[in-house]
Design a protein around this ligand. Structure first.
Ligand code: MCA
Ligand code: AMP
Length: 514
């Protein structure tokens, strides 16, 4: 671990910057939860110190990864902050992942510490110990578990570890086109530079209160929302799980809300959503998936507020945003706004040539927020960068004459369902293993609630009979639930182009409407 120095003004540790933004009066309220808990800023300071001291007492090597698969809780957030504080690398894992998925992440990232829910300890610890992990703790969403028991014996003072801006803060796994997930390495500098830009661009100000309703194992809920509130010394109203009725109940006490489009769709289904409920709100932010123009318009009509849509990735944190201040322009539905200050964004054709304004091409980006590469995958990393250092996002879009960016599609074969990414190749790999299956294609089709959901089209081997319900049931027992296609259909053939590649656009046209 790096040297410790709390007072060095040049400490690039993200936690040092977040800590410096805590209000002067540490006894004021920092977080209020939906189950009646209240945390002061002093609680955050002390608990992160105790957890950081616990991590340091384990004698971990520099750059050790702390892999965490737990349900959402304030303590899980404190563990994230403590990991930064101690100078280690946080590795968040979706709580829906099952054993094959966890085995891959642990095998690939080789964490020194694994923290899991008590209910999963038996199988997670088995995988972890087999992979050589020495420290496995439990953390439950009711403040129980061995992690907090151990931390309770640690001192509540701690000097923030000194980190350079290029040192790793987190590894976020993002699914790969080949089906294998890649760990995006994000540095303290990547995360801090983005958080500082967003604080300014979204006009964070004194008195702001954020409703935190997103999961904290992906970029949106973990970085964008938490860094935003902490860096502004703002209170969070913390919901363990998104519940539209609860959000409406809390809205009159809040000023900011961040959600994926599904959250906005579900809130619009609530008759109680109106101008009166949203009277204290300053800003509604949407991202992680395309926001339908109907949702954008309905929201404006019902609440009087214009949703601000922004665009980002695990590899880059936030890239573009519609403006907050009217002087910077209007928030335009269907667009993701302008490149954020410091982000250089360009659109290129297949040959790498720039395309004129308004024409479609691949989106490439550069900036202090762009990640350091994929964990242990130098070739993959090199493939995704151009010779002049731009990262190829895999998103297809256009920039209009006024500079607004619109995402029109993806060159990567990705389904975004309720804000979670699903890579068809991974699901097809599992389906193709089933007895009697010759081949399969998984496509994304429009869905009123999740925006898009997966549908599996399966071809049987000659003479074999396949039970689609059995395929779905087996996938449910193997994969994170959001990855499981909502429907499985047995078909005779899959349309192919002259190169023999399955033409998924034809399948989407054929099956999308149903
Ligand atoms: C749940 N289910 C889903 C999804 N979520 N199916 C497809 N897609 C989903 N996203 C299914 C489950 O499999 C289950 O089905 C049933 O719904 C109920 O599960 P439950 O967990 O109770 O669902 P929920 O609580 O209603 O969750 C829906 C949700 C959640 C609140 C929309 O998916 C969510 O929090 N999404 C946000 C994801 C997010 O934070 N993304 C940001 C990524 P069954 O019973 O059949 O198993 S960061 C990112 O993308 C970038 C960087 C960015 O720009 O932000
Ligand atoms: P992830 O791998 O979870 O980081 O997801 C990143 C991907 O989500 C991006 O490459 C986009 O395809 C998509 N995405 C994020 N925000 C938006 C948005 N506002 N509109 C359309 N797609 C988005």
């Amino acid at each position: 671990m790096a040297t410790q120095n709390n007072s060095n003004p040049r400490n690039g540790n993200l936690f040092a910057a977040l800590r410096a933004a805590f209000p002067q009066d540490l006894d004021t309220l920092a977080i209020e939860t939906d189950n009646g808990l209240f945390y002061s800023w002093r609680d955050l300071e002390r608990a992160t110190a105790m957890l950081a001291n616990l991590l340091e007492s384990l004698d971990l090597p520099a750059g050790a990864r702390i892999a965490v698969q737990v349900e959402k809780s304030v303590e899980a957030m404190l563990l994230y902050l403590a990991t930064l504080r101690a100078g280690f690398v946080y590795l968040p894992l979706n709580s829906a992942y099952q054993s094959a998925e966890i085995e891959y992440f642990i095998g690939n990232a080789e964490p020194a510490v694994v923290v899991c829910s008590g209910k999963n300890f038996a199988w997670v610890s088995k995988i972890a110990f087999k992979a050589g992990v020495r420290n496995v703790f439990t953390l439950n969403d009711d403040r129980s578990g061995s992690l907090l028991e151990r931390a309770a014996h640690c001192p509540d003072r701690h000097q923030v570890a000194h980190c350079g801006p290029d040192e790793l803060a987190a590894i976020v796994y993002t699914s790969g086109t080949t089906g294998r997930s890649k760990g995006a390495m994000l540095s303290h500098g990547n995360l801090l530079s983005n958080a500082l830009v967003l604080k300014d661009y979204w006009g964070w100000r004194a008195g702001d209160v954020l409703i935190h309703a997103l999961p904290i194992f992906h970029v949106h809920g973990l970085f964008v929302a938490i860094h935003g509130a902490l860096l502004n010394g703002s209170k969070m109203i913390w919901l363990g799980k998104f519940d539209p009725k609860l959000v409406l109940q809390k809205m009159p006490e809040a000023t900011l809300f961040m959600g994926v489009p599904t959250l906005y769709v579900r809130l619009l289904n609530e008759p109680g959503l109106n101008r009166e409920t949203a009277r204290s709100m300053r800003l509604f932010i949407s991202g992680s998936a395309p926001l339908l123009i109907e949702t954008f318009n309905d929201w404006q009509r019902r609440t009087g507020h214009t949703i601000l849509e922004r665009y980002g990735m695990s590899e880059t944190v936030m890239l573009t945003s519609n403006p907050y201040h009217a002087k910077d322009g209007a928030r335009r539905g269907g667009t993701v706004g302008f490149p954020l200050p410091g982000v250089s964004l360009r659109v290129r054709d297949d040959q790498g040539r720039p395309v004129p304004a308004g024409e479609i091409g691949g989106i490439e980006v550069k900036g202090p927020n762009v990640f350091k590469g994929y964990w242990c995958m130098p070739e993959k990393t090199a493939e995704e960068f151009t010779s002049d250092g731009y990262f190829r996002t895999g998103d297809v879009g256009q920039v209009d004459a006024r500079g607004y960016v619109t995402i029109v599609g993806r060159s990567k074969d990705l389904i975004i369902s309720g804000g979670y990414n699903v890579y068809p190749a991974e699901i097809e790999g599992y389906i193709n293993e089933f007895p009697g299956v010759a081949e399969s294609a998984v496509i994304g089709v429009p869905h009123a609630d999740f925006g898009e959901v997966g549908v599996a089209l399966v071809i049987a081997k000659p003479g074999a009979s396949i039970d689609p319900a059995q395929i779905i049931a087996n996938l449910k027992s193997t994969l994170a639930n959001f990855k499981v296609p909502k429907q499985c259909l047995v078909v005779d053939a899959l349309p192919r182009n002259s190169m023999g590649k399955v033409q998924k656009n034809m399948l989407r046209a054929q099956y999308g409407a149903g």
